[in-house]
Design a protein around this ligand. Structure first.
Ligand code: FE2
Ligand code: FE2
Length: 257
């Protein structure tokens, strides 16, 4: 079970790296821009169509000459901007959820991990604001049903698992990794789109966040596999927190919101 999870996490990280790696940004976004440029250049006539300015730009400059100015009215730029708004909304919701996850966690290791990621997430919100600024857009969120659903599932895990158990932590880690994987997929795509659109500064900022999410995902895997999953496997229905000696510090700092 554990090795499967590691494999999944590693595979995901590798795939995302491929999507997000700046030099080889070859994600769907890049492909779609290539497609739209080739369809533009192989149009049936040179007469004006209902094409966007992005397509007009393609006809004259080719795919490698995209610039912020040339694409700002195009659908790909709008999709990119929507993606940023989606993540701005998502990060703010994650900021609200992390303290609850920390409060629900059994082990100090997981509590610390959630607290650390809360700090990282605060920086990511600021970094997203910087991204908006670099492309001269106002930072605003757009409702993201995906993150609402993923976080809701995390809440139900807290309801469904016994307080003070390792099973609670094993389940919380998986819930948190679902959040991270959503973020990894989203930021990986945004990096690729920013590169395609020639928004280098935005791509750099988003790449930094992408790497933080990947690191968090791997850290969570490490915590799960170091002892939590193993001990959770030994739990039965009547176990509670007093049965565990996961921490040699008897003065558990408790949960601080
Ligand atoms: Fe994040
Ligand atoms: Fe995250």
């Amino acid at each position: 079970m554990d090795s499967d999870k590691t494999k999944t996490a590693n595979t995901s990280a590798e795939e995302t790296q491929k999507a997000g790696t700046k030099k080889s940004a070859s994600g769907a976004a890049k492909n779609s821009s290539t497609n739209s440029s080739s369809s533009a250049s192989s149009g049936t006539s040179g007469s004006s169509t209902s094409s966007t300015s992005m397509m007009q730009s393609s006809q004259t400059s080719g795919p490698k000459d995209y610039s912020q100015e040339a694409t700002k009215d195009g659908p790909l730029y709008k999709f990119f901007l929507d993606g940023l708004k989606d993540m701005y909304f998502a990060e703010k919701h994650i900021l609200e959820a992390l303290p609850k996850m920390k409060a629900a966690a059994t082990t100090e290791e997981l509590q610390d991990a959630f607290e650390d990621h809360h700090l990282v997430t605060q920086k990511q919100v600021s970094r997203l604001e910087k991204v908006f600024k670099t492309i001269e857009e106002k930072p605003e969120g757009k409702k993201c049903e995906a993150i609402i659903g993923i976080l809701k599932e995390g809440e139900s895990i807290i309801q469904e698992t016994e307080e003070g158990t390792m099973t609670r932590d094993a389940a919380l880690i998986i819930a948190a990794q679902k959040v991270e994987h959503y973020e990894i997929a989203s930021y990986g795509g945004l990096v690729a789109l920013a590169e395609t659109l020639g928004l280098e500064r935005a791509a750099d900022l988003l790449q930094t966040t992408l790497e933080e999410e990947e690191e968090t995902d791997l850290d969570l895997t490490d915590i799960a596999e170091s002892f939590i999953n193993f001990r959770a496997a030994g739990e039965d229905e009547d176990d509670d927190s007093e049965d565990y000696e996961y921490d040699d510090d008897d003065d558990d700092p408790g949960l601080v919101l």
